[in-house]
Design a protein around this ligand. Structure first.
Ligand code: SF4
Ligand code: SF4
Length: 161
């Protein structure tokens, strides 16, 4: 299933956050998931010519989900928006052990109510969806749009030699 959302617009700036530079795989530079990028020097050392997949990545917080304290480097979670995953819907990746448990009720609510996000003409809300939660230790569970929680097979990271 693919969650359908209208065109989304970043409403914030990343600031000091570089959480996705560690958590996400970057195919163009053969960077594996959950491995620090060699170009991450507190900010991107190759920012002006960073790979397209870095340039195009926008997390839910950047779109307006949550508060300032929910920036991924502070929250310990990166929420991907409206991207089809193997479970469909959104994907919340834990960057710090225990962060998902601390946000459990909010992740459940995100599945039940959909993502509220900013556009140039005001706040919009996406449809109810599923939220897959990847824990730091590789375990995974899924909230369905009825708010129920289901265990999932362990995560398999994308890795490059
Ligand atoms: S996780 Fe989100 S806020 Fe942090 S650097 Fe990536 S896109 Fe920016
Ligand atoms: S190339 Fe730059 S933007 Fe892309 S993951 Fe590495 S540090 Fe982050």
């Amino acid at each position: 299933m693919t969650t359908q959302l209208p065109v989304l617009y970043p409403t914030r700036s990343c600031g000091e956050c570089t959480a996705c530079c560690t958590v996400l795989a970057v195919l163009e530079i053969r960077k594996s998931e959950r491995v620090a990028c060699p170009h991450d020097e507190g900010s991107c050392a190759i920012y002006s010519c960073r790979p397209p997949s870095c340039h195009g990545y926008v997390c839910a917080w950047l779109l307006g989900w949550g508060d300032d304290a929910d920036r991924p480097d502070k929250l310990g979670l990166i929420v991907d928006t409206g991207i089809a995953t193997d479970g469909g819907g959104f994907l919340a990746r834990e960057t710090r052990p225990g962060a998902a448990e601390a946000s459990r009720s909010r992740l459940r609510r995100l599945a039940r109510r959909g993502l509220q996000f900013q556009t140039p003409v005001g706040k919009r809300r996406g449809p109810p969806t599923t939220v897959a939660v990847d824990l730091f230790n590789g375990e995974r569970y899924l909230f369905t749009s009825d708010g129920r929680c289901h265990s999932q097979p362990p995560r398999v990271d994308i890795t490059f030699d």
